[in-house]
Design a binder for this molecule. Sequence first.
Ligand SMILES: Cc1cc2nc3c(=O)[nH]c(=O)nc-3n(C[C@H](O)[C@H](O)[C@H](O)COP(=O)(O)OP(=O)(O)OC[C@H]3O[C@@H](n4cnc5c(N)ncnc54)[C@H](O)[C@@H]3O)c2cc1C
Length: 407
Amino acid sequence: MRYDVAIVGAGPAGAATAIHLARGGQHVALVDRATFPRDKPCAEYLSPAAEPLLAQLGIGDLLDAARPHRLRGFRIFAPNGRTFQGDFAATRAPDGASLFETGLVIPRSRLDAAILMGARRAGAEAREGWRLGQMERLDDGDWRLHPVGAASEPIEARLLVAADGLHSTVARRLGLHVVSHMRKIALVAHMRGIAGVGAYGEMHVAGRRYVGVAPLEPPERGGLCNVAMVVDEARDGRSLAGKPEAFLLDALQTFPALRGRLDSLVVERHTLAVSRLSVRARRLSDAHLLLVGDATGYYDPFTGEGIYRALFGAGLASEVALPALAANDLSAARLAAYDRAHQRAFRGKRLIEQIIQTAVQYPPLMDHIARTLGRHKAMADTIVAVTGDFLPASAVLRPGYLLRLVV
Ligand SMILES: Cc1cc2nc3c(=O)[nH]c(=O)nc-3n(C[C@H](O)[C@H](O)[C@H](O)COP(=O)(O)OP(=O)(O)OC[C@H]3O[C@@H](n4cnc5c(N)ncnc54)[C@H](O)[C@@H]3O)c2cc1C
């Protein structure tokens, strides 16, 4: 079958790109090895600025049906027990109104199925259970993609969009991915019975590990939470091998501000694990090729904005791809405009992620930052707004802010 665009991976990045391109009149094939609804190791929190991007996809009704839980902000707990809280609503526009009041928490099984449904509604042809096998470049630069197994026909397309996630097959085959020296493993479960969780997400840091607790429903509806822990592979890799859930339950007890709240803990969904979390792509485009979402690289889940980045990046990719497809110019030079736009959009945020990662690795620094932000609520609100994607990174990357934070 021949298409204008073939998108490999129907997570948020691929499905959102499919919606934009199908709405722009392109004949789009969207393929995924999984059958939806499927789980994905993720803390399942959407930064406030992701909600308008989902609304632009025209899936507001599907999102409501997915029953998101609303968070008012985050509480961070440092290794020595110091804590600070940032509220989304505290950041205001010049007219005094809050820019955003809440972020969302939604199981990925529901969120991703909703965006995929949106892609089908927009006219994309979606195929589930379709795993990418061989990739061929045709003489004119177009692509022929073969599925693993002989069950379905190959797909040909003018433009290939790699949206196949963190360990992207497309990026690896084309030699575009560089795996970082920072080796982390994430363990993610759904649990009930964590006392005192409600309208705020929590991040606990201790002993170079951290864990996020994000409520998927209010306590009165059962209090189901997403619990996502990130650990060092060198330190913890051996102890968790073969028994991630037992390790996770033990390790939860090492976080001082969680320890006393776990008496009624019940695990609801088996623990998902993922390693090699930090990956960088050498470039995000080439002739007849664009990378979106985690296929463009990923750093660390602490600030949890990958879904926003996937949705925003899908918009950027489509803004470059639609005129390029119309002009029949899919050259590397033309599509490089996407690399530049992506860099501009995310460079500052990446720097903040690296600063936060440094603090996680050095407990005294994290303790100190928590003490400062615990005393200066406006600074805490600002960093929560920046990580919530609705204040620019420059609000934190100012000498005044950084000096007050660490000195
Ligand atoms: C532990 C952890 C916690 C996180 N928490 C958060 C959070 O709270 N909030 C947040 O915003 N972000 C979070 N992230 C990041 C977020 O999960 C990702 O950024 C987001 O899923 C990226 O979307 P995507 O569409 O690029 O990739 P994915 O959602 O991974 O989708 C890729 C799709 O490609 C398919 N695929 C892969 N290979 C093939 C193949 N060969 N053939 C066909 N299909 C293929 C897969 O089946 C999958 O459906 C977290 C990440 C981790 C690891």
